[in-house]
Design a protein around this ligand. Structure first.
Ligand code: NAP
Length: 244
Protein backbone atom coordinates (compact mmCIF):
# COMPACT_ATOMS: atom_id res chain seq x y z
CA UNK A 1 0.00 0.00 0.00
CA UNK A 2 1.43 3.40 -0.89
CA UNK A 3 2.30 5.95 1.79
CA UNK A 4 -0.41 8.30 0.48
CA UNK A 5 -3.16 6.01 1.69
CA UNK A 6 -1.69 4.98 5.01
CA UNK A 7 -2.38 6.30 8.50
CA UNK A 8 -0.06 5.95 11.50
CA UNK A 9 -0.47 6.52 15.21
CA UNK A 10 2.80 7.39 16.97
CA UNK A 11 2.84 7.65 20.77
CA UNK A 12 5.51 9.63 22.56
CA UNK A 13 5.55 11.75 19.40
CA UNK A 14 6.40 14.97 21.20
CA UNK A 15 10.06 14.20 21.57
CA UNK A 16 13.06 12.03 20.74
CA UNK A 17 12.49 8.81 18.84
CA UNK A 18 8.73 9.39 18.48
CA UNK A 19 9.25 12.84 16.95
CA UNK A 20 11.88 11.56 14.54
CA UNK A 21 9.70 8.61 13.50
CA UNK A 22 6.74 10.95 12.94
CA UNK A 23 8.83 13.05 10.56
CA UNK A 24 10.17 10.02 8.70
CA UNK A 25 6.72 8.44 8.24
CA UNK A 26 5.18 11.76 7.19
CA UNK A 27 7.97 12.24 4.62
CA UNK A 28 6.68 9.07 2.98
CA UNK A 29 3.17 10.46 2.67
CA UNK A 30 1.82 8.61 5.71
CA UNK A 31 -0.71 10.71 7.65
CA UNK A 32 0.37 10.71 11.28
CA UNK A 33 -1.69 10.94 14.46
CA UNK A 34 0.84 12.23 16.97
CA UNK A 35 0.07 11.28 20.59
CA UNK A 36 1.80 12.64 23.68
CA UNK A 37 0.73 13.87 27.07
CA UNK A 38 2.89 16.97 26.68
CA UNK A 39 0.71 19.31 24.59
CA UNK A 40 3.46 21.81 23.86
CA UNK A 41 5.95 19.22 22.62
CA UNK A 42 3.24 17.49 20.64
CA UNK A 43 2.25 20.76 18.94
CA UNK A 44 5.92 21.42 18.11
CA UNK A 45 6.28 17.99 16.51
CA UNK A 46 3.10 18.51 14.48
CA UNK A 47 4.45 21.87 13.24
CA UNK A 48 7.66 20.15 12.14
CA UNK A 49 5.66 17.49 10.30
CA UNK A 50 3.63 20.16 8.49
CA UNK A 51 6.71 22.31 7.73
CA UNK A 52 8.25 19.30 6.01
CA UNK A 53 5.15 18.92 3.83
CA UNK A 54 3.52 16.12 5.84
CA UNK A 55 -0.03 15.75 7.12
CA UNK A 56 -1.11 14.93 10.65
CA UNK A 57 -2.98 15.82 13.81
CA UNK A 58 -1.99 15.92 17.46
CA UNK A 59 -3.98 14.20 20.23
CA UNK A 60 -3.07 14.87 23.83
CA UNK A 61 -3.39 11.63 25.77
CA UNK A 62 -1.84 9.71 28.64
CA UNK A 63 -1.12 6.25 27.25
CA UNK A 64 -1.52 4.66 30.69
CA UNK A 65 -5.23 5.58 30.87
CA UNK A 66 -7.71 3.32 29.08
CA UNK A 67 -10.18 6.11 28.26
CA UNK A 68 -7.40 8.24 26.74
CA UNK A 69 -6.15 5.36 24.60
CA UNK A 70 -9.72 4.84 23.39
CA UNK A 71 -9.79 8.58 22.60
CA UNK A 72 -6.65 8.59 20.43
CA UNK A 73 -7.78 5.47 18.57
CA UNK A 74 -11.28 6.89 17.99
CA UNK A 75 -9.84 10.24 16.85
CA UNK A 76 -7.60 8.50 14.32
CA UNK A 77 -10.55 6.58 12.88
CA UNK A 78 -12.88 9.61 12.86
CA UNK A 79 -10.24 11.74 11.15
CA UNK A 80 -8.65 9.35 8.68
CA UNK A 81 -10.76 6.16 8.63
CA UNK A 82 -8.04 3.56 9.26
CA UNK A 83 -4.98 2.73 11.34
CA UNK A 84 -2.35 1.06 9.17
CA UNK A 85 0.74 1.71 11.30
CA UNK A 86 1.07 1.91 15.08
CA UNK A 87 4.34 3.01 16.69
CA UNK A 88 3.63 2.10 20.34
CA UNK A 89 6.54 4.05 21.74
CA UNK A 90 5.80 6.35 24.70
CA UNK A 91 7.85 5.53 27.77
CA UNK A 92 9.47 6.87 30.91
CA UNK A 93 12.76 5.98 32.56
CA UNK A 94 11.94 6.67 36.21
CA UNK A 95 14.45 7.58 38.91
CA UNK A 96 17.48 5.27 39.07
CA UNK A 97 17.83 3.23 42.27
CA UNK A 98 18.95 -0.18 43.42
CA UNK A 99 15.93 -2.50 43.55
CA UNK A 100 15.64 -2.53 47.33
CA UNK A 101 15.66 1.27 47.37
CA UNK A 102 13.06 1.74 44.62
CA UNK A 103 9.71 3.10 45.78
CA UNK A 104 6.30 1.52 45.20
CA UNK A 105 5.10 4.79 43.61
CA UNK A 106 7.96 4.76 41.10
CA UNK A 107 7.29 1.08 40.32
CA UNK A 108 3.60 1.79 39.68
CA UNK A 109 4.34 4.79 37.43
CA UNK A 110 6.99 3.08 35.27
CA UNK A 111 4.89 -0.06 34.83
CA UNK A 112 1.72 1.92 34.12
CA UNK A 113 3.31 3.92 31.28
CA UNK A 114 5.79 1.45 29.79
CA UNK A 115 3.87 -1.81 30.15
CA UNK A 116 0.20 -0.99 30.69
CA UNK A 117 0.44 1.82 28.11
CA UNK A 118 1.84 -0.56 25.49
CA UNK A 119 -0.78 -3.19 26.41
CA UNK A 120 -3.69 -0.72 26.14
CA UNK A 121 -2.42 0.56 22.80
CA UNK A 122 -2.17 -2.98 21.45
CA UNK A 123 -5.59 -3.91 22.82
CA UNK A 124 -7.44 -1.07 21.11
CA UNK A 125 -5.43 -0.76 17.89
CA UNK A 126 -5.38 -4.50 17.18
CA UNK A 127 -9.21 -4.53 17.23
CA UNK A 128 -9.26 -2.01 14.38
CA UNK A 129 -6.50 -3.82 12.46
CA UNK A 130 -8.39 -7.13 12.84
CA UNK A 131 -11.42 -5.57 11.13
CA UNK A 132 -9.13 -4.24 8.38
CA UNK A 133 -7.31 -7.62 8.17
CA UNK A 134 -4.09 -5.63 7.92
CA UNK A 135 -1.72 -3.45 9.91
CA UNK A 136 1.78 -3.21 11.27
CA UNK A 137 2.87 -2.40 14.81
CA UNK A 138 6.26 -1.55 16.28
CA UNK A 139 6.55 -1.58 20.07
CA UNK A 140 9.47 0.19 21.71
CA UNK A 141 11.30 -2.05 24.17
CA UNK A 142 14.97 -1.41 25.00
CA UNK A 143 18.35 -3.09 25.35
CA UNK A 144 17.18 -3.13 28.98
CA UNK A 145 14.32 -5.36 27.78
CA UNK A 146 16.69 -8.16 26.79
CA UNK A 147 19.39 -7.92 29.45
CA UNK A 148 20.00 -6.56 32.95
CA UNK A 149 20.07 -2.83 33.64
CA UNK A 150 21.59 -2.02 37.03
CA UNK A 151 19.84 0.87 38.85
CA UNK A 152 16.97 0.70 36.35
CA UNK A 153 15.48 -2.64 37.38
CA UNK A 154 11.83 -1.64 37.14
CA UNK A 155 12.42 0.01 33.75
CA UNK A 156 14.16 -3.20 32.66
CA UNK A 157 11.22 -5.30 33.90
CA UNK A 158 8.73 -3.09 32.05
CA UNK A 159 10.71 -3.45 28.81
CA UNK A 160 11.03 -7.24 29.23
CA UNK A 161 7.24 -7.13 29.53
CA UNK A 162 7.01 -5.33 26.19
CA UNK A 163 8.99 -8.19 24.63
CA UNK A 164 6.49 -10.70 26.05
CA UNK A 165 3.51 -8.73 24.74
CA UNK A 166 5.14 -8.38 21.31
CA UNK A 167 5.92 -12.07 20.88
CA UNK A 168 2.46 -13.14 22.05
CA UNK A 169 0.60 -10.55 19.97
CA UNK A 170 2.62 -11.51 16.87
CA UNK A 171 1.58 -15.14 17.22
CA UNK A 172 -2.06 -14.34 18.05
CA UNK A 173 -2.61 -11.79 15.27
CA UNK A 174 -0.09 -12.75 12.56
CA UNK A 175 -2.68 -15.06 10.96
CA UNK A 176 -5.02 -12.06 10.74
CA UNK A 177 -2.62 -10.05 8.58
CA UNK A 178 -1.04 -7.99 11.36
CA UNK A 179 2.75 -7.83 11.86
CA UNK A 180 4.02 -6.89 15.33
CA UNK A 181 7.72 -6.39 16.10
CA UNK A 182 9.71 -4.66 18.83
CA UNK A 183 12.82 -2.51 18.70
CA UNK A 184 15.38 -2.52 21.49
CA UNK A 185 17.47 0.66 21.35
CA UNK A 186 20.64 1.10 23.36
CA UNK A 187 21.53 4.60 24.55
CA UNK A 188 19.88 7.33 22.45
CA UNK A 189 20.37 11.09 22.74
CA UNK A 190 16.88 12.31 23.67
CA UNK A 191 15.15 14.23 26.46
CA UNK A 192 14.92 10.94 28.36
CA UNK A 193 18.69 10.70 28.65
CA UNK A 194 19.39 14.43 29.06
CA UNK A 195 21.74 14.95 31.98
CA UNK A 196 22.95 11.34 31.89
CA UNK A 197 26.54 10.44 31.02
CA UNK A 198 25.97 9.15 27.47
CA UNK A 199 29.42 9.43 25.95
CA UNK A 200 31.18 6.90 28.13
CA UNK A 201 32.57 4.47 25.49
CA UNK A 202 32.37 1.56 27.95
CA UNK A 203 28.59 1.99 28.33
CA UNK A 204 27.95 2.18 24.61
CA UNK A 205 29.45 -1.14 23.56
CA UNK A 206 31.24 -1.58 20.22
CA UNK A 207 29.76 1.57 18.67
CA UNK A 208 31.51 3.65 21.39
CA UNK A 209 28.78 6.30 21.10
CA UNK A 210 25.05 6.74 21.72
CA UNK A 211 22.56 6.71 18.83
CA UNK A 212 20.72 9.69 17.41
CA UNK A 213 16.90 9.44 17.37
CA UNK A 214 17.06 9.28 13.57
CA UNK A 215 19.16 6.11 13.71
CA UNK A 216 16.37 4.40 15.65
CA UNK A 217 13.55 5.91 13.59
CA UNK A 218 15.18 4.64 10.37
CA UNK A 219 14.60 1.09 11.62
CA UNK A 220 10.97 1.91 12.47
CA UNK A 221 10.45 3.28 8.95
CA UNK A 222 11.82 0.03 7.53
CA UNK A 223 9.77 -2.21 9.82
CA UNK A 224 6.48 -0.53 8.91
CA UNK A 225 7.24 -0.70 5.19
CA UNK A 226 6.40 -3.56 2.85
CA UNK A 227 10.16 -4.19 2.65
CA UNK A 228 9.76 -5.89 6.05
CA UNK A 229 6.74 -7.95 4.97
CA UNK A 230 8.14 -11.24 6.36
CA UNK A 231 9.13 -9.80 9.75
CA UNK A 232 6.77 -10.66 12.60
CA UNK A 233 7.46 -11.27 16.29
CA UNK A 234 11.04 -10.08 15.92
CA UNK A 235 12.81 -8.46 18.87
CA UNK A 236 15.36 -6.24 17.20
CA UNK A 237 18.35 -4.70 18.99
CA UNK A 238 19.25 -1.28 17.58
CA UNK A 239 22.13 -0.72 19.92
CA UNK A 240 25.42 -0.55 18.02
CA UNK A 241 26.26 -4.04 19.24
CA UNK A 242 25.76 -3.28 22.96
CA UNK A 243 23.86 -6.49 23.72
CA UNK A 244 25.85 -8.72 21.35
P1 NAP B 1 11.63 11.13 25.17
O1 NAP B 1 12.44 12.02 24.32
O2 NAP B 1 11.45 11.44 26.62
O3 NAP B 1 10.21 10.93 24.46
C1 NAP B 1 9.19 10.20 25.07
C2 NAP B 1 7.90 10.98 24.94
O4 NAP B 1 6.84 10.21 25.54
C3 NAP B 1 7.95 12.31 25.70
O5 NAP B 1 7.41 13.35 24.91
C4 NAP B 1 7.10 12.01 26.92
O6 NAP B 1 6.54 13.15 27.47
C5 NAP B 1 6.07 11.07 26.35
N1 NAP B 1 5.35 10.36 27.38
C6 NAP B 1 5.83 9.89 28.56
N2 NAP B 1 4.87 9.33 29.26
C7 NAP B 1 3.73 9.43 28.54
C8 NAP B 1 2.38 9.04 28.77
N3 NAP B 1 2.00 8.44 29.89
N4 NAP B 1 1.48 9.28 27.80
C9 NAP B 1 1.84 9.93 26.66
N5 NAP B 1 3.09 10.34 26.41
C10 NAP B 1 4.04 10.09 27.34
O7 NAP B 1 12.23 9.66 25.15
P2 NAP B 1 12.79 8.73 23.98
O8 NAP B 1 14.20 8.44 24.33
O9 NAP B 1 12.42 9.23 22.64
O10 NAP B 1 11.95 7.42 24.33
C11 NAP B 1 11.01 6.81 23.44
C12 NAP B 1 10.95 5.34 23.79
O11 NAP B 1 12.24 4.76 23.57
C13 NAP B 1 10.60 5.05 25.25
O12 NAP B 1 9.73 3.95 25.32
C14 NAP B 1 11.94 4.69 25.85
O13 NAP B 1 11.81 3.85 26.98
C15 NAP B 1 12.61 3.99 24.70
N6 NAP B 1 14.07 3.91 24.78
C16 NAP B 1 14.81 5.04 24.90
C17 NAP B 1 16.20 4.93 25.00
C18 NAP B 1 17.09 6.13 25.16
O14 NAP B 1 18.30 5.95 25.44
N7 NAP B 1 16.62 7.34 24.96
C19 NAP B 1 16.80 3.66 24.96
C20 NAP B 1 15.98 2.53 24.83
C21 NAP B 1 14.61 2.67 24.73
P3 NAP B 1 7.35 13.90 28.68
O15 NAP B 1 8.61 14.44 28.09
O16 NAP B 1 6.41 14.96 29.14
O17 NAP B 1 7.62 12.83 29.71
Amino acid sequence: MSGQNRVAINTGAGSGIGRSASLKLAEQGIRVVLVDYDAQLGAESLSLVKESGGEGIFVQADVSKNAEVEKYVATAIETYGSIDVFFNNAGVLGAPALLADQTEEMFDWIISVNLKGVFLGLKHVVKIMEQQQSGVIVNTSSAAGIESCPHLGVYSASKHGVVGLTRTAAVEYGPKGIRINAICPGGVLTNMTKGMEMNNPEQNGPSRRPATPDEIANVVRFLVSDEASYMNGAIIPVDGGLTS
